[in-house]
Design a protein around this ligand. Sequence first.
Ligand code: FAD
Length: 394
Amino acid sequence: MIEAVDALVIGAGPAGLMAAEELARAGRRVVVCEAKPSPGRKFLMAGKSGLNVTKAEEPSRFAAAFDAGWLGPILAGFGPDQVVDWCRGLGQEVFTGSSGRVFPVAMKASPLLRAWLGRIAGQGVTLRTGWRWNGLDAGTFAFDAGAGPSHLRPRVTVLALGGASWARLGSDGAWAPSLAALGVPITPFRPANMGFGVAWSPHMARHFGQPVKGAALVAGNQRERGEFVLSARGVEGGGIYAVSRALREGASLTLDLFPDLTEAALSSHLSRMRPGTTLANRLRKLGLSPAAAGLVQEFGRAATPALLKALPLPLTGPRPLDEAISTAGGIAASGLTAGLELRALPRVFACGEMLDWEAPTGGYLLTASWATGRWAGIHAARAAQEGSGDAQFS
Ligand SMILES: Cc1cc2nc3c(=O)[nH]c(=O)nc-3n(C[C@H](O)[C@H](O)[C@H](O)COP(=O)(O)OP(=O)(O)OC[C@H]3O[C@@H](n4cnc5c(N)ncnc54)[C@H](O)[C@@H]3O)c2cc1C
């Protein structure tokens, strides 16, 4: 049986729920279909590390963190200030950390998501969980919905299916071949904000799980202060993510383990140590943590000022796509109108991480997911208003 619906949103992550809210605000009757048994699973996972909702930056600086200039007007409509107001509107007070990163005081996603779902339900949005979209079938949207296949014929649709990492939370990127077959240009997925493999010697095992703090990470022309963690798989964490794009594109990684000291100052510290002091003792006396000292012993094998200021950390390559915090690639901007409508599929809009943009961690990912969700919702509502009474593709 084919069911006619007014506005369909597929995917109940931050982008899809925002699109649903905008459509409902414009008076549309909205059905949200989500493959997983519950909504916002990746959003809840983001909450486990504090939920960095945005970055308190002046709008043009914020937009410059993205590799996609076309996002400019979209972020101008919903940027850092609007995210803060929006969180407060859902009863979630926020605070700004010293780095400018903004977090809810609760430091988790569940209270925000609960309040948001409640508000959306109050606006008449219907959420169907366990509904997995499989593609288009004779002009209808075909779903696997537990009891069997179901077909929906909406007036407008917003796709918000996420990127292609952490598939167990729902965003498996399986939509990409279906859309490509329908003429939507797709840039191949690549991991973004990801860890890297390292071929450690067995000596390093005792440092696994330990952070390296206070170093500057240098990749090509980029230099970032940040923390990272050593693991059996390699290196991961904020400092690595910050330079992950340059590393993915071929830069090699060096560490400045004493970013606040010059080589001359380090030289003077080292020259005051007794001759014959072992390497391990030299590194300890310089104040390096066991994990950082372990890196010097692994890859430098000497405590020269030059090595301590530029220690090479050889990487074997990015960790797999599914482990990445986010994905680069997805629907190419050339396949979208300014209103985020798919050029190949009129009255179908797309938003969130399924679009081809990339940004570092720091609240940029969620802000852009919300901003594009809002934008797609607003433009889909307009299209529904302007269209005839006909359903899509009819
Ligand atoms: C560990 C971790 C921590 C993170 N921390 C932060 C952070 O602190 N700050 C930040 O800004 N960002 C963070 N992110 C990134 C952020 O969570 C994502 O960028 C954001 O969730 C993307 O939103 P989205 O709505 O586009 O996609 P998603 O949140 O992935 O939602 C997509 C939804 O679509 C559903 N779906 C997929 N395919 C189908 C289908 N065929 N049919 C029906 N439904 C489907 C999925 O089940 C999912 O619910 C983090 C990510 C991870 C993995």
